[in-house]
Design a binder for this molecule. Structure first.
Ligand SMILES: Cc1cc2nc3c(=O)[nH]c(=O)nc-3n(C[C@H](O)[C@H](O)[C@H](O)COP(=O)(O)OP(=O)(O)OC[C@H]3O[C@@H](n4cnc5c(N)ncnc54)[C@H](O)[C@@H]3O)c2cc1C
Length: 489
């Protein structure tokens, strides 16, 4: 049966689910409070610079390709994808190293950092591939509405091999003596919004993506992926209502009937929420229809926010690659300042993205486009004085790292952090990445893709299953599409 479906929020989860449902013939309307699609992957343009505001790593290309195929499109025709080499550059306190596309180069590097480590790395990457393939085949595309989704024969058999019950940190410590190797293999848990101590070793599967599947860049930035989905949505007749803020979901006898926006009220058969789960449950629904109330969210481990500085720089910068990770010797202190004792990090590890290394069009000729991202605890105090002071500190640190002056070459500078995430996306506690991917916030324990209180209400995006990250939120759209399709049949 064809239905009228309202989707709230045009992040990757919302855009993808709108496309998938429209492809099945449903009549879909997509509401977005901002003036462009993409959610946290919006773009900001000034003086000829084009900045990706959020994600910048195009990971799990096969997953994205499959979703495009399901929609009847070839991702390679819709996007101009470039494989990056080096994948990234890691700056330690005493040296900088590059992780290359060519694994033989990486093995040489690993041998220098820890003699005779190659067989151990090979074993680690084989295990990562095994975990990745098993998760993709058996675990990731599930809504976990019931315990049997998790506790099945395969799970009981594979549970130990998947390293669900040890931490990423202890897994790396057991496997490698070199602190640098541990950091190279371990930094990916930042993508999951966790720390080495609270992220299960299962997620070493991210290294499979990093080393085996490759790191890509879509020309036009990550926002080009959002634009491609927007184009497909329009071709599939999705009605996209930008600058339209949803204010209420009206429910009658446990059935969502209407979406009330700041402009008009609409009737639907099914409602899908992509706006931050915590915000939407506690703001759009009456208390009796909230599956997870404020108390629940306050107890959760919320993933980091981000302190971002978008910079347009006059002249060329030497020594930076497209992706650059600035790693402090004691990175646990920074993780503690995110998860244990929240505060502005004193000696942070941070990320610098310079897409103008790969694409001329993102900056005027003779200029560089870069953004700096420092992961921070969600819910920190944020005012103009704090942010300016913190930006100065980080810029000074970066200048020292790369031994070049930047502050006198700034043409564009925009700071974006806690209060902007709240204002622009209704982000719970200003989080950038949603809910941390800890063991007890994974699968069965993660807020569900379907409401427990309202029969025809679904959730898609980084707060629900399977989790955080662009391709992962696109998978959550597949889960919700299947749930709605199963109930329609
Ligand atoms: C700085 C940063 C860097 C990142 N880096 C990477 C990376 O390199 N690679 C990667 O894979 N992932 C990365 N991520 C994570 C990834 O971007 C997110 O997991 C993903 O984009 C979240 O998508 P989502 O579907 O949950 O929706 P969101 O992007 O959270 O979008 C939700 C949408 O709902 C809208 N909305 C909210 N309230 C309302 C309302 N009342 N009415 C209408 N609309 C509403 C919001 O405006 C927003 O557009 C990064 C995230 C950030 C913030």
């Amino acid at each position: 049966m064809k239905k009228k479906i309202g989707v709230i929020g045009a992040g990757f989860g919302g855009l993808t689910v709108a496309c998938l449902l429209a492809k099945k013939g449903h009549k879909v309307t997509l509401f977005e409070k901002n003036d462009q699609v993409g959610g946290r992957a919006r773009i900001f343009e000034e003086k000829g610079f084009k900045f990706d505001m959020g994600p910048s790593w195009y990971l799990m290309p096969d997953t994205i390709k499959e979703i495009f195929e399901e929609l009847g499109y070839d991702v390679n025709k819709e996007l101009n994808l470039v494989r990056l080499d080096p994948h990234y550059k890691m700056f330690f306190n005493d040296e900088a190293i590059k992780i290359r596309k060519d694994m033989s180069e990486n093995y040489k590097l690993f041998e220098r950092l820890e003699p005779r480590v190659t067989p151990k790395i090979k074993k680690y990457l084989d295990e990562a591939k095994y975990k990745y393939d098993t998760a993709m085949e058996h675990f990731i595309e599930k809504p976990y509405l019931k315990a049997t989704d998790l506790i099945n024969w395969k799970m009981l058999k594979e549970g130990r091999n998947l390293d669900l019950f040890s931490s990423f940190d202890s897994h790396l410590r057991k496997s490698f003596r070199s602190d640098k190797i541990r950091k190279i293999l371990g930094y990916t848990m930042v993508f999951l919004g966790g720390s080495p101590k609270n992220t299960p070793a299962l997620y070493s599967l991210m290294s499979h993506g990093d080393f085996n599947l490759g790191v890509y860049y879509p020309k036009g930035g990550m926002n080009a992926l959002a634009k491609a989905l927007e184009k497909i949505a329009k071709e599939l007749k999705v009605k996209i209502q930008l600058k339209t803020s949803v204010e209420k979901i009206e429910v009658e006898k446990r059935v969502a009937k209407r979406i009330v926006t700041d402009k008009k009220t609409y009737e639907f058969d099914e409602v899908v929420v992509n706006a931050d789960y915590a915000w939407a449950e506690t703001n759009l629904l009456e208390k009796k229809y909230q599956t997870y109330k404020r108390k629940y969210w306050n107890k959760k481990i919320i993933a980091p926010s981000a302190f971002m500085i978008y910079l347009g720089i006059k002249g060329k910068i030497k020594g930076l690659e497209h992706h650059n990770l600035m790693i402090e010797n004691d990175w646990m202190q920074h993780f503690n300042e995110i998860f244990e004792n929240p505060g502005w990090p004193e000696n942070p590890s941070y990320y610098v993205c310079m897409p103008s290394k790969t694409e001329n069009g993102v900056a005027p000729k003779g200029h560089e486009n870069l953004f700096i991202l420092v992961p921070t605890a969600p819910g920190l105090d944020d005012n103009d004085v704090i942010r300016e002071k913190y930006a100065e500190k980080i810029l000074n640190e970066l200048e020292k790292r790369i031994n070049q002056k930047l502050t006198d070459k700034i043409v564009v500078k925009k700071i974006y952090t806690q209060r902007d995430f709240k204002k622009d996306y209704n982000a719970f506690k200003g989080t950038a990445l949603g809910l941390a991917q800890t063991l007890f916030q994974t699968a069965l324990f993660r807020p569900k893709n379907k409401s427990g209180k309202v029969k025809n209400l679904y959730y898609v995006g980084q707060f629900t299953n399977p989790g955080t990250g662009v391709p992962i939120t696109m998978i959550s759209a597949k889960i919700v599409k299947k749930l709605i399709e199963n109930e329609s049949n």
